[in-house]
Design a protein around this ligand. Structure first.
Ligand code: SIN
Ligand code: FE
Length: 298
């Protein structure tokens, strides 16, 4: 098995074996990407030129976002000429949510009962040369953490599918294992303050109270991205995810960056650490060992 990648060369879920399931579980939890080079999402909506155009974005958001549970679509340019476009995109993204759920349920049956829905995201804009602050710049290596939406220790499991219609890859960097990232940055990260978390919630910077876990993970995300020397010198490997391929990764502990590519679908799931085969590998477990006296600190 590759150090960073577990490749699963199936083209339909029916051919998955128990061994595949075991390897995939181990690979993901130990910080690898599970790549399915011959398995991908396709939809009749992709024949619609407007779906494959970044002009559908409202200008404020980098992505379209869809909530499977409510059916709500966000980020769409309202004054669009085609009145059917919203419905087309809703069913397109719902289709991807269902595709991702079926993949995770089949590949990782151990997670099935505990998995929680997160957002579905469609990224129709080219990411290369897009300007943003360092903190928001996903071309810099980072682990995922959401500034406004605390996860309270839940794992962030994401399913990506490159739907680029002209065969362009999604190009990523993968950085060091979480244990190394953690050791590098932990001394710089200030202690959690419950008072500050209350204030951030009061002034609506966060949607719910930021937990100690979220505080630490967000600092880790920010410190990685803001450190120019680290970004330049740290060991990293370029990874090209071809068009018409799918990959899964726990982005809260895999150091990653997206360098170039256009037209990507992504589904987020949340998973309680207790549902993992090896909970001690979770970022929560690292922070507990290092920073928290007890779980109550959350
Ligand atoms: C990211 O999660 O940092 C970006 C992934 C991508 O858009 O390829
Ligand atoms: Fe990310």
């Amino acid at each position: 098995m590759d150090e960073l990648l577990y490749t699963l060369a199936i083209n339909k879920l029916e051919t998955l074996t128990t061994e595949h399931q075991q390897f995939a579980l181990e690979a993901l939890e130990s910080g690898k990407v599970v790549h399915l080079p011959s398995y991908y999402f396709h939809s009749p909506a992709l024949a619609d030129k407007e779906v494959l155009s970044e002009t559908i974005l409202d200008g404020k958001h980098k992505n379209l976002s869809f909530d499977y549970r409510s059916g709500r679509l966000g980020g769409l340019q309202k004054k669009h000429s085609n009145p059917d476009l919203q419905a087309t995109l809703q069913s397109f993204m719902q289709g991807y949510a269902v595709f991702s759920k079926l993949l995770v349920d089949t590949l990782l049956p151990q997670y099935c009962d505990s998995l929680q829905w997160g957002r579905t995201s469609y990224r129709p804009a080219e990411i290369k040369n897009r300007s943003s602050s360092k903190r928001k710049d996903d071309t810099r290596l980072h682990v995922d953490s959401f500034a406004a939406s605390p996860v309270n220790g839940l794992r962030i499991l994401r399913v990506f599918c490159n739907i680029n219609p002209i065969g362009e890859p999604r190009v990523w960097h993968l950085g060091e294992p979480f244990s190394k990232v953690f050791r590098q940055f932990v001394p710089q990260i200030p202690a959690y303050s419950a008072k500050k978390a209350k204030l951030l919630h009061f002034i609506k910077v966060t949607k719910t109270l930021r937990s100690a876990y979220d505080h630490y993970q967000l600092h880790l995300h920010d410190r990685m991205k803001l450190d120019d020397d680290y970004q330049k010198n740290v060991t990293k490997k370029r990874m090209d995810f071809p068009a018409k391929s799918t990959w899964l990764v726990f982005t809260d502990h895999v150091s990653h960056a997206a360098l170039s590519g256009q037209f990507l679908l992504e589904q987020t799931f949340y998973l309680p650490v207790s549902a993992m085969a090896s909970p001690e590998l979770s970022p929560l477990s690292y922070w507990e060992r290092e920073k928290f006296a007890t779980l109550d600190a959350l």
